[in-house]
Design a binder for this molecule. Sequence first.
Ligand SMILES: [Zn+2]
Length: 301
Amino acid sequence: MIFKHRTEPTELTILKLLAHRMELSKEDQLNFFNLKKGYEGEKLFDTFLEKLECDVLVLNDLLLSSSNQTFQLDTLLVTNNLVYIFEIKNYFGDFYFKNDRLFQKNDNEVSNPLNQLQRSELLLRQLLHKLGFSIPVQSMVIFINEAFTLYLAPLDKPFILPTQLKTFFQKINSHKSTLDMQHKKMAEKLSSLHMQQHPHQKRPSYNNDQLQTGMSCGACQSLTITIQNKKSICTTCKNEESIDSALIRNANEYSLLFPNEKITLPKIMDWCRIITSKKQLRRVLDNNYQKVSKRRWTYYE
Ligand SMILES: [Zn+2]
């Protein structure tokens, strides 16, 4: 059972929106690519977990803290006698493993996912102990991409290669035991300790003047929207959406990109550009946000 669902990382959502509104720096472009690839890999891994028929609990995307140290878990799986934590890597191409280090075939070193995972495992053990749960923790690195090859793959490391995924899940699925209240309590507790945002979350740097305004498409994020018959239609991907829904989504996007700005009618008019009816926008904002009026100022939150 999926106990905690995965959502798109905020940093990825922000970069996705920005990519259509400004020229991303080389660093942001690389970060965007890696986040996107990583998220795709995690979603692919989720499809395996969703097919499990045995009695387990799945907690995705946990950000926890123990002994004042923050750690992130891609997936945590509770079985009756073991908690698995999975670090999912969507690497593709040829790699080799040598002296506890991971290299691409062209000798370019990438960080060894085991280092991060071992730290997370230790912190999770400490946290569970503190909370009064006694259950072993086992960590695994999942290489999810079919186009990933690992030369000199060590037998003593907890790596699951793409060709081993099916067997690994068959093994978990063959567990006949059932979970009890303690397992459920543990999942609830961990879920309640999840932090929404990393204390040192990075944000790309941009300001209002740099960004191209215009209504974005909900499917492909491009700014190529036309309005026809009370619908917003994307000329790039042909996606259709009601104007109301597109307006509210764009107001939300504005608020995500500019968390310190207040939402006001003129600002969202400027932001969406294409909308000519003030009345329509006011109605949508009135219905979806809390209206705050201070003297002659009105804003929404
Ligand atoms: Zn589109």
